[in-house]
Design a protein around this ligand. Sequence first.
Ligand SMILES: NC(=O)c1ccc[n+]([C@@H]2O[C@H](COP(=O)([O-])OP(=O)(O)OC[C@H]3O[C@@H](n4cnc5c(N)ncnc54)[C@H](OP(=O)(O)O)[C@@H]3O)[C@@H](O)[C@H]2O)c1
Length: 373
Amino acid sequence: MDRQLDPGGGVDFSQLRRMPFDIGEPGDHESLVEPIYGSWEANVDHALRRSPIDICRSRREKQIVLGNFGLVRVLRPSDGSPLREGDFCMVMPFGRSDPYGYAELVFAYDMPGTIGLLAERTRINSDLLLPIPRDTRFSLGQWAAYARYFTAWDNWRCALACWRAQMPEADPADHLVFGWGGGVVFAELLLAKRAGFRVAMSTGSEIRAQLLRKHGIDPIMRPTGDPATSEDNGAGARTESLSHVDDFAARIAELTSGRGAAIVIDNIGEKLHALSLKLLGRQGVLTTCGWKLDMRISHLRGQECINRRLHVHTHAWRSLDIERIRDFSEEAEWIAPPESQVTYDFDEVPQLARDYVGGNLAPYFPLYRVNEP
Ligand SMILES: NC(=O)c1ccc[n+]([C@@H]2O[C@H](COP(=O)([O-])OP(=O)(O)OC[C@H]3O[C@@H](n4cnc5c(N)ncnc54)[C@H](OP(=O)(O)O)[C@@H]3O)[C@@H](O)[C@H]2O)c1
């Protein structure tokens, strides 16, 4: 697909169109695959906007094929690979990893030379292809949304370990985990609930609120306006949005008997940072794996020290854990619920891009279908 920036610096999605792209012959360790479902996520949107990084420039490539997460069918496995023709596989992100198995460069994102899933055929290093269970109870579409679940699993593992480091005897049932919107947070709060915590999540839509209730998550309508600029100006003049922020903080205080949340998950950024800290209790953990709106945050270090609050930053997940997370998903039925998904045809990708950026998607896990299952 080709894209151009409009003069205002935003993306003109009408410029997205299908075009020929030579994928070349698979290398020694690469399998030939056909993408079935791709998962539309913030990183595809970031890449289209060339912000926060311009990945064409960082990869020094004139044209790239995006689409780093989704489900593919193996057409021709590489020699010596345990994969079989016809296997359905999830694509793992490990373009380049550190010695401990954590991703440094992401496949079909900032890893040079990789070709993503927004193509009818592609070639992928066989080590990045994780087959779904052969006798799975779930649909291919449900598996295609795995990336935010795998990310949530890893972030939750770290956040929980940090909370336990200071609160070894505490009963999770007495504590609240709160998160700001999004598919990763939805998946992560379901893990928090399994661990025994009470869980609450913000949303801007009643349809999403219904989904959250159905899954045992307490929905809280999020503040309108920009919380970052909603402080009292010192002269008693309060903006309209401040009352929503106060209401929001009051709701969390009510849910925690005034102690604040044990863990706050924020993948949004600076706009919500001050409020996130206001919602967090002592010995609390502020955890993130995303920067949807901003990459920089600032806070008062002394206050965080005195309140003994730990800040956790993670990215993707560890290659050594992939089978474990997949098997947990199958066994625990911890997988995107069908009612949280919507699927667009390949030719509807420009509309999907528009709907995603316009906030017009009620489901958390939008997909595009490249080839028929
Ligand atoms: N590092 C990793 O491994 C990794 C992996 C996956 C995702 N991520 C990152 O995590 C972030 C979130 O991704 P996601 O896929 O979970 O979510 P997402 O689908 O991008 O949606 C984000 C949610 O944030 C809420 N939202 C939007 N603007 C908001 C605002 N101003 N204040 C409060 N809430 C707001 C919206 O929900 P409501 O309208 O319902 O409130 C929306 O559903 C992204 O930055 C993504 O890149 C990172």
